[in-house]
Design a protein around this ligand. Structure first.
Ligand code: SF4
Length: 434
């Protein structure tokens, strides 16, 4: 989501005459778009500002703007603590950045803009031209969260669930495709909670996928991040009915223990999660999954941890994110007693070993096989291309006849934990690509 927001911040700045630079000290405006989901995010911002201050020691000070979720959480405090910061802009206010910069240039007053005006944000963004010209692009359809998992800061920094108007999203998708985008990933903190009504019609994520499926030059559709509770039947059926929806789903479970899921306030249990997985496999037998895991949640026992390992092995996730629980100030879990760090580290190491083996095993299956790859770019100075399989696995392959944006069949000749390697050739009649 921050990548999407950063691109839109650039579009807004470009609208008032700014351009990008790769040379830091050439910048006369510096925007640090922040994420609060990782540990010590706030301290990292102050360190970055310290580095910036050093780089500009003998130069004219740039305008320094902190945007994103750290800005939202820290608000006025940032301007008080670090005078080098000129503006603090929350994730629901960044659409005002062009006007705020112009005002600042006139009056030089420090700015704290951290309102939750999400509706106005997308109304304004709709009018600003999109500069994205990549093969694969993000498109925000929903923001915020009403789930309030006990460990998570998102409901406080991004605000309540909001779904963008259906037509506005479809229009933006057409703009992207006309600019050469071949793959769209629909984004939301709770993307499958998308729910928009207009003129007595109700639109869900499945409605968006079906509509995108009909866009002629769009080749692939993905969405992230989903909550198991919102995996509705109509959405599951899209895996059967919409050939452009990729058979790969990131579906965070966080823990395999019902006791911990309850303590986390996740609103689903293991049985429910497994039922969803089963239905998805019935809809598309080729589907594969990835997930998120929090290890060492307060009060996690060895039994809870073993339950998590068991569910990982049962489902066979091909790729996942895993972290040791870390405190987010202001969340209910922040008051709980943290587990022994040595035990947590040992559990995480073992869990990542299990995940790594699954990823390795999955990649090994492709050896000697063909994979369908959407080409994203050519490697500089080489007859090699980079692309991704339907399951998001990166592929680097030799070819002297491919073009970015094409879907080609790549014969896999080697692999490691994260990547597949091979060469492109025309597939024969009796051969099949994954
Ligand atoms: S559903 Fe996701 S975004 Fe919402 S509170 Fe839980 S972890 Fe955070």
């Amino acid at each position: 989501m921050n990548e999407y927001d950063s691109n839109r911040i650039y579009d807004l700045a470009a609208n008032i005459g700014f351009d990008k630079t790769n040379t830091k000290t050439e910048a006369d405006c510096f925007v640090l778009n922040t994420c609060h989901i990782r540990e010590k995010a706030t301290e990292k911002v102050y360190h970055e500002i310290g580095r910036l201050r050093k780089s500009f020691r003998n130069l004219k000070k740039p305008l320094v703007i902190i945007s994103g979720c750290v800005a939202q959480a820290e608000s006025e405090e940032m301007i008080k603590r670090e005078p080098y910061i000129d503006m603090v802009i929350g994730p629901q206010s960044y659409h005002k950045i062009d006007d705020l910069i112009l005002n600042y240039q006139r009056k030089k007053n420090k700015v704290n803009e951290t309102d939750f005006g999400v509706i106005k944000k997308f109304d304004k963004l709709e009018k600003i031209s999109v500069s994205q010209n990549k093969i694969s692009a993000y498109l925000t359809i929903q923001e915020g969260c009403n789930k309030f998992c006990n460990f998570c800061v998102v409901p406080y920094t991004r605000g309540p669930e909001y779904s963008r108007p259906f037509k506005q999203i479809i229009d933006e998708a057409h703009i992207l495709v006309n600019k050469g985008v071949n793959e769209i990933t629909l984004l939301g903190q709770n993307v499958n909670a998308y729910n928009f009504s207009e003129d007595n019609k109700n639109y869900k994520l499945s409605s968006l996928i079906k509509k995108l499926n009909d866009i002629q030059n769009l080749k692939r559709i993905r969405y992230t991040t989903s909550h198991p509770k919102d995996m509705s039947e109509d959405l599951i059926n899209c895996y059967k009915d919409c050939e452009k929806l990729m058979p790969f789903l990131h579906l965070p479970i966080q823990s395999g223990s019902d006791r911990i899921l309850k303590l986390m306030n996740r609103k689903h249990d293991k049985k429910y999660y497994l039922e969803i997985i089963e239905k998805l496999i019935i809809a598309n037998k080729n589907i594969k999954f990835s997930s998120d895991f929090i290890i060492g949640y307060p009060d996690e026992t060895e039994k809870d941890y073993t339950d998590t390992i068991n569910i990982i092995e049962k489902i066979g996730f091909i790729n996942s994110y895993s972290f040791i629980f870390s405190v987010r100030p202001g969340t209910p879990a922040a008051n709980k007693k943290v587990n022994d760090i040595k035990i947590n580290k040992k559990r995480l190491k073992n869990l990542q070993y299990v995940l790594k083996n699954l990823q390795f095993k999955n990649n090994k299956k492709y050896l000697g096989q063909f994979c369908e790859v959407l080409i994203e770019n050519k490697l500089a100075g080489q007859d090699k291309f980079f692309g991704r399989t339907k399951f998001m696995t990166p592929v680097i392959f030799d070819s002297n006849s491919c073009k970015n944006g094409e879907i080609v069949n790549v014969k896999i000749t080697s692999f490691n934990q994260n990547n597949l390697f091979g060469f492109h050739r025309i597939i024969k009649n009796n051969e099949k690509a994954a």
